[in-house]
Design a protein around this ligand. Structure first.
Ligand code: 5AD
Ligand code: SF4
Length: 476
């Protein structure tokens, strides 16, 4: 099941991979006089934001460290999506505070969604927090740090309608140098009734298309072979060139990034069922390097619950979109996010979610039970009336169903041959590589002389579990 301690979206696995690399770029920065340590929680967007923060701090004379004890500044980039995510951060703050008792000059800062949601309360409640910075105010960090140096507290939680950090080149701290993340938009205008994101990340805005293509090109030239375009709802990406009035939609952006180089794989997340167009699907099918994988959260399989969630589509609409995907891109894998036990959900409605998993044949899902968030439309208008034991039982049923389906769709890959981007040694053995196919499935296979991480190879699948595939290198 999904682990709030780590990250939140369909890109969780890539991030885990990136973290294992632990390659420090910009080695010169490690000798900077003051050091920062940053921990990130929540979605891939937060991890990507931390790289922007790192870049801003580097300009301000701070160097990165992975050793908490040697830091002059500890930052935690936080998530508010579920109560558990916030609890995790509070526990971490306690650990940092204990460290600060031994090192009183150390500064502690809270970034991201919790900073935005709780604002000054964080300074008051968690006494040892010095800095609180919301997702649109990271450029103000040097100024806020100077305030703290002068003995004040630093807070900036202003949301912006324009900020996209498009001119900031992210500092890729924990990257394996092969897969990278590019933020293409910020905020969300959707107002799903359960979700706190529109309140913590503000209005939706799209980033300059040229700066996105330039970032992808730079990553490719530095040896990266995969980029994931990130946004809360990538299908509503739209950017207008202020000089030429040229409009760029998501399908067009995807195509431009795919054209950077045929050896640069392109992924994206997250897609919204109400917005994903056939144009996007056709663009995917006509470019080999756009990965055949769509994270298309359904949230619930029942139309009445979808309406209460304000998802603006119903079960039939969602099924039509899935059919269009499998028709236009027959080898596409689809994954999902699912919330169990939303307000007033009946057993019958819950079973419609289970049948959706079976029907859509998700390769995997992130599955949660509903956690009421203060201030959201659901918290204001609906009663969180499903008892916790029922929520948990339904979640378990959803998890069990997904496990079976994942196993079934993975077993169907046995005998097929896939192009795999090698990401490094497998978890189990340094005699084996691991890598992903276009469908975002992890494949482990014995190494072959002359091949290394960052290269492509062809792998024939010989075995499968619900979580990964096994295979062997074949000639193509
Ligand atoms: N409770 C449980 N899950 C939630 N999500 C968002 N808000 C909540 C909430 N209040 C889930 C959704 C979303 C994913 C990122 O987190 O499934 O797609
Ligand atoms: Fe939240 Fe819905 Fe926006 Fe996703 S699309 S961030 S679930 S409001």
């Amino acid at each position: 099941m999904y682990d709030d301690n780590v990250t939140l979206t369909g890109i969780k696995k890539e991030i885990d991979v990136a973290r294992q690399g632990e390659v420090l770029y910009h080695q010169n920065l490690t000798s900077a006089s003051r050091k920062f340590y940053i921990e990130s929680y929540g979605c891939a967007m937060n991890f990507s934001d931390s790289e922007i923060v790192a870049s801003i701090l580097a300009e301000d004379g701070f160097g990165p460290t992975r050793i908490m004890e040697e830091a002059d500044l500890i930052l935690v980039n936080t998530c508010s999506i579920r109560e558990k995510a916030e609890d995790t951060v509070r526990n971490r703050l306690r650990v940092f505070n204990a460290l600060k008792l031994k090192k009183p000059d150390m500064m502690i800062g809270v970034l991201g969604c919790m900073a935005e949601r709780l604002k000054a309360k964080l300074l008051e409640q968690e006494k040892l927090v010095d800095i609180v910075v919301g997702p649109d105010a990271y450029r103000d960090l040097p100024n806020l740090l100077a305030k703290v140096d002068d003995g004040e507290k630093g807070i900036n939680v202003l949301l912006s309608r324009e900020e996209t950090y498009s001119d900031i080149s992210p500092l890729r701290l924990d990257s394996n140098g092969i897969v990278g993340f590019i933020s293409i938009m910020r905020g969300c205008d959707n107002m799903c009734s359960f979700c706190v994101v529109p309140f913590t990340r503000g209005r939706e805005r799209s980033r300059d298309a040229y700066s996105i293509v330039a970032e992808a090109t730079d990553l490719f030239q530095r040896g990266f072979r995969e980029v994931t375009l990130l946004g809360q709802n990538v299908d509503s990406y739209k950017w207008t060139n202020p000089d030429t009035q040229e409009h760029v939609n998501f399908a067009q952006l995807l195509e431009r990034v795919a054209q950077v180089h045929p050896d640069l794989r392109v992924r994206f997340s997250t897609s919204h069922p109400k917005d994903i167009t056939n144009e996007v699907l056709h663009t995917m099918s006509s470019h080999e390097n756009i990965c055949k994988y769509i994270h298309l959260p359904v949230q619930s399989g029942n139309s009445r619950i979808l309406d209460l969630m304000n998802r603006t589509y119903d079960r039939e609409w969602y099924m039509e979109r899935v059919e269009a995907i499998y028709k236009i891109i027959p080898d596409c894998a689809i994954s999902s996010d699912i919330i169990c036990g939303f307000c007033t959900e009946t057993e019958e409605e819950h079973r419609e979610t289970i049948s959706m998993i079976q029907w859509a044949k998700y390769s995997m899902s992130y599955m949660f039970f509903y956690s009421e968030r203060p201030g959201t439309p659901a918290a204001k208008k609906l009663k969180d009336d499903i008892p916790e034991d029922i929520k948990k039982r339904r979640l378990q049923e959803v998890v069990d169903t997904q496990m079976k389906i994942s196993q079934q769709v993975n077993k169907a890959d046995i005998g097929k041959t896939f192009k795999v981007l090698i990401e490094g040694n497998s978890k189990r053995s340094d005699q084996e590589f691991k890598g992903r196919n276009s469908q975002n499935k992890m494949i482990n296979f014995p190494k072959q002389e002359g091949l290394k991480a960052g290269e492509y190879t062809w792998v024939k699948v010989t075995d499968a579990t619900s979580g990964s595939l096994r295979g062997e290198i074949v000639e193509k």
